[in-house]
Design a protein around this ligand. Structure first.
Ligand code: SAH
Ligand code: MG
Length: 195
């Protein structure tokens, strides 16, 4: 992995206000991945590939990350970025809406990282439950959405996202097949282990 290129990709994304994973959130996930050594990761929301490139370091030899992105321009940039960082053989970018792509996937994953439209989190969770291996982890970023999820005042603009994030939290905490931790790192991170 080319760390110098990775650093440049991160800075460019931050300059362009692309919502890449926050440092403290990344640290928590990296610590988990070190322990799991996943063979397969599914990411929903590639953006320019920053998080996928970071995760690729922790794959088992021969392991693969499938990552879904609906924005064609970001897909193109992500493809260039995985070449620059020399991880092309570890990351497979799927261009399209995850709402359409997820139901077509047949294989199972060790880790699923949900980091796309907040209004779709309950749908993503349902698909993730179908696609996760027993003992695998479903991780969701931005689960506390700048504190809106835990406060009772929400602007109209955020209302749908907040309702869906609350529904996601309710499902992961009530589902008896999941062991869930909700962490206040970054914008809120939910880690659910499928038992
Ligand atoms: N995981 C990235 C950041 C992702 S930002 C990182 O940390 O580096 C969220 C991305 O999800 C955006 O690029 C957005 O275009 C994409 N997205 C949102 N809804 C989506 C959907 N339904 N299907 C596929 N991609 C989606
Ligand atoms: Mg995020």
């Amino acid at each position: 992995m080319n760390k110098k290129e990775l650093y440049k990709i991160k800075q460019k994304a931050l300059d362009e206000h692309i919502p890449i994973i926050m440092d403290d959130t990344l640290k928590v996930i990296q610590d988990l991945l070190i322990n799991i050594k996943p063979n397969s990761i599914l990411e929903i929301g590639t953006a320019v590939g920053y998080s996928a490139i970071c995760f690729s370091e922790y794959l088992k030899e021969g392991g693969i990350i499938d990552t879904i992105e609906k924005d064609q321009k970001r897909v193109s940039e992500a493809k260039i970025n995985i070449i620059k960082t020399e991880v092309v053989n570890k990351i497979n970018i799927l261009n399209g809406d995850a709402v359409e792509i997820l139901p077509t996937i047949e294989k199972k994953y060790d880790v699923i990282f949900i980091d796309a439209s907040k209004g779709k989190y309950p749908f993503f969770l349902n698909q993730a439950l179908r696609l996760i291996h027993k003992g695998g982890y479903i991780i969701a970023d931005n689960i506390l959405y700048k504190g809106y999820v835990m406060s009772d005042y929400n602007k109209h603009k955020q209302r749908t996202a907040v309702r869906n994030l609350r529904e996601y939290i309710k499902e992961i905490t009530e589902n008896k097949l999941l062991e869930t931790n909700i962490l206040e790192v970054g914008d809120g991170l939910a880690i659910s282990k499928k038992i």
